[in-house]
Structure formats: C-alpha cells, structure tokens
Design a protein around this ligand. Structure first.
Ligand code: SF4
Length: 356
C-alpha cells in the first residue's frame, strides 16, 4: 500500500513539476546517453549548453566516433572529470565498430559499453527502450531512504543492491521511463539534500523522515573523502607570441589536456631554490629572465586541492630547449593555437586573466 502510494505520488508530482528538458522529448538512445554522461556530477543548468553544443557538433554517434579526441575534450572544457569525455569518445567508437553504429537495446548489453555504469545503463534502457530497470543515483538514494526510513550506509557498495531491489519492486512495467524520470526529478527538486520542501510535499503524510524529523540524518553516508593538497609550480615560457605547452599524460588528473612545464613539490618554493636544487637548469641560461611570479590559484577537485603558481619567463631567439624540457613533450604554440587547445579550468582562468 505504502509502495503504491509512493509510486503514484512521485509520478503525479512529476507530471505537474517536471522541467522541460530537450532529452525528455526523445527516445533516441544516443541523445539520452549523451545527456546522462554530461549530467553525471554536473547540474542541469550547467550541463544543458554542453548538451546542445555536442548535439549540434555531433548529431549522431558516428560523427562523435569520427572526431579527434582533442576536439571532444575542447568541447567538454569546463565540465571537469575529463575521463567522462574520453570514455564518451571511446564508447562512440566502440558502438560504431562493435555494434554497427546502433546502441544495444537492453540493460545487460548496455553495461558492457565503455563508461556506462549501472545508473546510465538503467537510464538508457528505460528512457529509450522502456525496460523496467530502476535507476539508482544520489537523488534516488536520498528519496528512498527518507521516504521508507532506510538506514543502510549508501557509501557501502552492497547498499546499492538493496536500493536497486527496492526499485525493482516499485518500478511499474507500463511506464518505467516516467517512473525513473520522476524519482530522479523528485530527488533533485523536492526532496533536496538540504531543506527538503516537506511542507509542500504530496508524500509528507506517509514519509518516514518527515514523520520522525529525520530528514537531516537520511540518507546515511559515512565514508569520508580524503582530500590531498598539491602544489603546482607552472613555468610559462614565452617567446614573442608563443608559449611552451605540453599535453598531459596518463595516470594523473586532466589527462589529454594542455598545460605548462610543471614541477610539483610538497609546498611552494621560491625561484632561487630551483637553481640551488638544479631542478630547472633552463633558469640558469643567460638569455632567460624570470619576469613575474603570479598569485596563488586554488582549484578544488573531489579528492584534491590544487594550489598553483605561474612563473612567467621571457626567452630570446637563441634560447635552447634542453633535454629535460624536450623529454617532457613540450612544444611552442602561438596564442591563436592556445585558444583552441583543450585546457583545464585552472589553466584557462590563468590565461584569461593574463594579457600577453
Ligand atoms: S516529506 Fe520531505 S523528506 Fe519526505 S519525501 Fe517529501 S520532501 Fe522528502
């Protein structure tokens, strides 16, 4: 009884309150997949223009598969979590090569795609193919745990199974797409993490959290995220209208994006310490001049706090790129080329503030 009331309650609420979003007017799996990947860890308002730009540039999975990875990263610039963009591109190529350009039509097969987890597979399976597979994301965890009074720790992987099984019991066979949209939207708009609107909630009378004033405690999430501090010393080396930049490699943040010659230490160091340590022998060359040391830029990621300083260095024509620089993959780019390179927000912010 409680379950029927819940399902009818969220679905009725959805009909009256849903936001009009472009991916809700389609059952095209490419568009649905694209919107879901963009909206992971991104708010709708921020993700919407990216979705529109991607659809305009890559109207189908084939055009995305044929693009250069740099082009995809550039379009993604500003959204963060760049592995999503690389997976998006790799997945498009996988669909073209292994699935003849057509998305798989069921949950299990969708799960085999690169970058497609349980949540995204359930979203595509239900929205595009009306399969009755429940979505479980942060919004759904919160809504179900509050309404049904579930105290399982959502940070523990096995809790997913309990919520997924509850979702399987709740999801109606006839309108699985509407149900999934409804629970996600309800969690995003009505049953928000802070200050849920219980006074105007059509589920309030039968909601466990509301009846017991437990909204703040639910969902239970104990895992603490450890945040690491990192100190980046960037060397912005300029020759006339060119800067020396490089593409970032694997095994660290911002893979495939461009930045400058970088030295990372456990704290900030002053330029005279570089010479003493013989880390940056280029500074010892007579034709090199350290022009400016920037303010400290702070950039927050989920598990890292990046502090960055930019040391601006002007070089003359006769400057020799030494072995250390060459082996780091550095190259000259003029200002126009730099505009089109994919870059992290940290680098873009620095360049935007800088008038070269
Ligand atoms: S009554 Fe409050 S806590 Fe319960 S579902 Fe509604 S908004 Fe969420």
């Amino acid at each position: 009884m409680e379950s029927i009331f819940f399902v009818n309650g969220v679905m009725n609420w959805y009909k009256d309150h849903k936001r009009d979003l472009p991916w809700r007017h389609t059952n095209n799996p490419y568009k649905i997949w694209l919107s879901e990947i963009i909206l992971q860890q991104t708010r709708v308002k921020q993700g919407l223009p990216y979705y529109q730009r991607f659809i305009e540039k890559f109207p189908n999975v084939q055009s995305l598969a044929q693009a250069e990875e740099e082009e995809v990263l550039r379009l993604w610039q500003g959204l963060g979590y760049y592995s999503r963009a690389r997976n998006l591109h790799a997945c498009a190529q996988m669909i073209t090569k292994e699935y003849e350009g057509t998305f798989p039509t069921n949950y299990e097969e969708l799960l085999k795609l690169k970058g497609v987890g349980k949540y995204t597979a359930a979203a595509i399976a239900s929205f595009a193919f009306k399969q009755d597979v429940p979505v479980v994301d942060g919004n759904v965890f919160r809504l179900l745990s509050r309404y049904f009074g579930i105290t399982e720790d959502i940070a523990i992987p096995k809790s997913f199974k309990s919520f997924f099984e509850l979702g399987q019991k709740l999801i109606p066979k006839k309108e699985p797409d509407i149900y999934n949209q409804a629970v996600m939207e309800f969690g995003a708009i009505q049953c928000t993490p802070k200050n849920p609107d219980c006074k105007n909630c059509n589920l309030a009378d039968s909601c466990f959290a509301n009846s017991n004033q437990r909204q703040e405690e639910l969902p239970v999430k104990t895992k603490k995220v450890k945040v690491r501090d990192r100190y980046f010393h960037y060397f912005v080396i300029k020759l006339k209208d060119q800067l020396i930049m490089k593409k970032r490699g694997r095994n660290d943040i911002w893979q495939g994006l461009y930045d400058f010659f970088l030295i990372e230490e456990n704290s900030f160091q002053s330029p005279d310490q570089w010479e003493n340590k013989n880390i940056l022998s280029l500074l010892a060359q007579p034709e090199v001049e350290l022009q400016n040391e920037s303010k400290i830029y702070k950039h927050l990621l989920t598990h890292q706090r990046i502090y960055a300083k930019f040391f601006e260095i002007e070089i003359k024509d006769q400057f020799v790129i030494n072995k250390q620089l060459k082996s780091s993959g550095l190259d000259f780019f003029n200002f126009n080329e730099i505009k089109n390179l994919p870059k992290s927000i940290l680098i873009s912010n620095y360049l935007d503030e800088k008038v070269f």
